[in-house]
Design a protein around this ligand. Structure first.
Ligand SMILES: [Zn+2]
Ligand SMILES: [Zn+2]
Length: 131
């Protein structure tokens, strides 16, 4: 069995004071989802653990099937899986992935309640989500 991923994809930037700032990226879209505060720790591994536990993981959804960490835009809340494992149906989703409102009838491209762009047909064109 493959070792489970412990964090999302990340880059680390060390400053001259010995702190490290982590940038966490969605495993599917590559979108930058989280930039941590500077973290002081002896090793990069230790700093990563702190960065992920205190900040990073709260910005991500973990797919229990493939183990990816993905942004909310890349997560199918109806299925509880990432969009790689559970693409939105070819039709519009039944629920807004952002605010969870039930979508009925002819659905516009955006959620009528919160304005979230509704993702259709998996990950194609899923770039450019704005917080
Ligand atoms: Zn998945
Ligand atoms: Zn919504």
């Amino acid at each position: 069995m493959e070792q489970a991923k412990k964090t999302a994809a990340y880059r680390v930037v060390a400053d001259s004071g010995g702190s490290r700032v982590f940038r966490f990226y969605c495993d599917i879209s590559g979108e930058l989802c989280c930039v941590t505060r500077p973290i002081q720790a002896d090793t990069e591994e230790a700093a990563l653990e702190i960065a992920w536990a205190t900040e990073g993981k709260w910005e991500f959804n973990h797919c229990p099937q493939c183990g990816k960490y993905v942004s909310s835009a890349m997560f199918n809340v109806n299925a509880g899986l990432c969009l790689d494992c559970a693409p939105w149906e070819a039709e519009f989703p039944a629920f807004c992935h952002q605010c969870g409102v039930r979508l009925q009838g002819a659905t516009p491209r955006c959620c009528p309640i919160c304005g979230a762009r509704l993702l259709v047909g998996g990950t194609a064109g899923g770039k450019g989500a704005v917080e």
